[in-house]
Ligand binder design. Structure first.
Ligand code: TRP
Length: 662
């Protein structure tokens, strides 16, 4: 290790790095976005393409980003500069500019989770909250997370939570790698334990297992849908924190001899393993309580899950608190990595002290993040996003997150494949890798990865211009429609401008001062184990009846359900509502007011009488879906077996800890 390396900061141990990198990857995306994507794309249709994406795109690009970090020992823009000069550096700064925008609203989502967490102890789960927003979906006698949330975001409380979130981030970042390591040693194990507690609760409720099998049973007609593949590949890229150079920055704090193949496998499997159990926990709840995540991406975690928890026979506040604590912890370990990526880039280029660099990055970013908590109600009917902050967040998220990561990935694979040379990259990685990368890796980085990313990019972009308006055109309230054009243009112009300025600026590299040390600790894990045990001890319990008596809450494929709907003319059944592959069947009601419905397909199905508002029914499988059981078992074995194997290879050596040169 060189003296400079010591000055930039370095991980204390292999475990610290793996925790930090997996903590970066495991974030809101694993809980919020994965489950809502999986649901939208039809459950079982999603998982196989997603799994294919892990091996064909995720792991190879992860190896590339990690390899770039140890090869150069620099954060993203500076690493790219070493490889491809100024033009490559510009891509790096463009990624940092996008990261700035993403951080500004990522922390806001964490702040909402914090607010909901506090709310679970307060009035979130108090029944009797009236529901002015959608009286049908949530009868006034039950607590309504939707009502609670929209009320919450129209107050000043999220701003208070946001200040707390920034404070925690800065605290964790004060000493660079060393203090980040201290934080992840506590947060990352906690995240796992909490999620497992939630799984146990979900699976011990009747019908939960069918929900899980719904996620894992391949649905052929969905898999044949090309949009599902695009969604799965994009989700994988996002989930693994690729395409912003964060993994490069984190890897730059490793010694040169780090085994990046084992690291990439371990981090990716841990991330997707977490996503797997998040899927199990949340799909179980969806089925148990026949919930239907309508609307935006956030709705599954912020409305549907609390709605399910509210119907638990007991432990409502406890599990509500636990869930939002989990989301908060997962979000914080990712936001820390986002901010560190920017701070490290500034330190590497301009030689500022860590404290200064932190301020230079976080003061403007915190100010921008305040935009996304603006509580002004712009849409009282909630046809769109409710408040001004939510509207802005929705638009910015759509453009920056969907395009920045994939664009950077596309150009970065081209730069490493052709400018540095895929052969050089492979040789550099193989020098220290116990599992050598095969020859396939070179053509893959040159051709395969850019082709995959290019197709996703062009195809997504083409989709933007097929409608009459740009994204958000129908949900953004009148008077603010100009934002749908302004936001993408402003984001593009702003990031390109910042990237140009920072690339041109004269650097003063390699004079970064030393970081400060921090204490580690994992005592909190004990408390979490207690939580887990209490989760395990919960007796199986029945869900509260959710529906009016005429429509049962559950049905089974192939078993006829007799419904008496006096005076009604028709019953419309929508399989997989709110997905790109939804299918509706309308059944006429007989003159005696009776209609017989025989469910054709498992899933949460919406029933609407005379085309009015709908009610949900969970349709269970006819028998045991063996294919689903097989995918569930195989995916679990591969992910956790792979993570275990990766960890084993990683720790086989003698050097678990790498003390700093002093
Ligand atoms: N992977 C993170 C999540 O699942 C989100 C993310 C994407 C991210 N790219 C990143 C986080 C870069 C940190 C850095 O929530």
């Amino acid at each position: 290790m060189t003296g400079t390396q010591a000055k930039r900061g370095a991980w204390n141990s292999k475990l610290g790095f793996v925790l930090a990198a997996s903590g970066s990857a495991i974030g809101l995306g694993n809980i919020v976005f994965f489950t809502s994507n999986a649901y939208q794309y039809g459950g079982g249709a999603f998982y196989l393409p997603y799994f294919v994406a892990l091996f064909t795109l995720g792991i190879p690009v992860m190896i590339l980003e990690l390899g770039l970090g140890t090869l150069t020992g620099r954060s993203f823009p500076n690493a790219l500069r070493q490889v491809g000069g100024r033009r490559a550096e510009m891509l790096g700064w463009w990624a940092i500019a996008a990261q700035f925008i993403i951080t500004a609203y990522y922390v806001v989502i964490i702040a909402w989770a914090v607010s909901m967490m506090v709310g679970s102890l307060g009035s979130l789960f108090r029944p009797g909250v009236s529901a002015p927003f959608d009286p049908f979906r949530e009868p006034a006698t039950r607590p309504s997370a939707v009502t609670y949330f929209f009320h919450l975001v129209s107050t000043g409380w999220p701003l208070v939570a946001l200040a707390a979130v920034w404070a925690i981030n800065l605290f964790a970042l004060r000493g660079g790698a060393r203090t980040i390591e201290a934080m992840v040693r506590v947060f990352v194990p906690l995240m796992w334990v909490f999620m497992i507690g939630l799984i146990i609760r979900g699976l011990t409720l009747e019908g939960g297992l069918d929900g899980v099998l719904y996620l894992f049973t391949p649905a052929p007609e969905g898999i044949a849908n090309a949009a599902v593949w695009r969604g799965a590949f994009a989700q994988m890229f996002f989930s693994l924190s690729l395409g912003l150079g964060v993994m490069t920055t984190y890897a730059s704090y490793l010694p040169k001899k780090a085994d990046q193949v084992a690291n990439a496998f371990t981090i990716s499997f841990l991330n997707c393993g977490f996503e797997y159990i998040a899927g199990v926990a949340i799909f179980a709840l969806l089925f148990v309580f026949s919930l239907n995540p309508a609307g935006t991406t956030l709705s599954l975690s912020f409305f549907v899950v609390p709605q399910g928890i509210a119907a638990f026979p007991w432990g409502v506040r406890f599990f509500g608190f636990l869930f939002f604590l989990l989301v908060t912890a997962a979000g914080l370990t990712s936001s820390v990595s986002l901010i560190e990526g920017m701070v490290s880039a500034i330190i590497d280029k301009f030689g500022l002290s860590r404290g200064r660099a932190l301020l230079v990055v976080s003061i403007p970013c915190a100010l921008v993040s305040c935009l996304f908590v603006l509580p002004q109600i712009v849409d009282p009917g909630l046809a769109g996003n409710g408040t001004l902050g939510l509207t802005l967040l929705d638009l910015v998220d759509h453009w920056v997150f969907s395009y920045a990561l994939i664009t950077v990935g596309f150009v970065e694979t081209l730069i490493l494949g052709w400018v540095l040379g895929a052969d050089k990259l492979r040789a550099a990685v193989n020098e220290h890798s116990r599992i050598p990368l095969g020859r396939w890796y070179e053509p893959f980085i040159r051709w395969g990865a850019p082709a995959l990313l290019g197709v996703i990019l062009v195809w997504s972009l083409a989709g933007e211009f097929t409608g009459e308006t740009l994204y958000g055109g129908s949900t953004t309230p009148a008077g603010l429609k100009w934002l749908t054009v302004f936001i993408p243009l402003a984001c593009l112009a702003g990031t390109v401008l910042v990237a140009t300025i920072l690339t041109r600026a004269a650097g003063k590299a390699d004079e970064a001062p030393a970081g400060r040390g921090g204490a580690g600790g994992a005592a909190a894990t004990l408390g979490a184990v207690a939580l887990l045990v209490s989760g395990a001890l919960l007796a199986p319990a029945r869900a509260h009846a959710q529906d009016a008596p005429v429509i049962p809450a559950r049905a089974r494929v192939g078993e006829a359900v007799n419904l008496t709907l006096p005076g009604a003319a028709s019953l419309t059944v929508t399989y997989r509502p709110n997905s790109s592959i939804a299918r509706s069947v309308t059944l006429p009601v007989g003159s005696d007011g009776v209609v017989v419905w025989t469910p054709e397909q498992a899933g949460v199905v919406a029933l609407a009488v005379d085309g009015g508002s709908s009610r949900n029914v969970s349709v269970r499988f006819a028998g045991i879906p063996w294919l689903g059981v097989l995918v569930l078992a195989a995916a679990g074995t591969i992910l956790f077996g792979g993570a275990g194997y990766g960890l084993k290879r990683l720790f086989e050596g003698d050097d678990h800890a790498f003390p700093l040169d002093t």
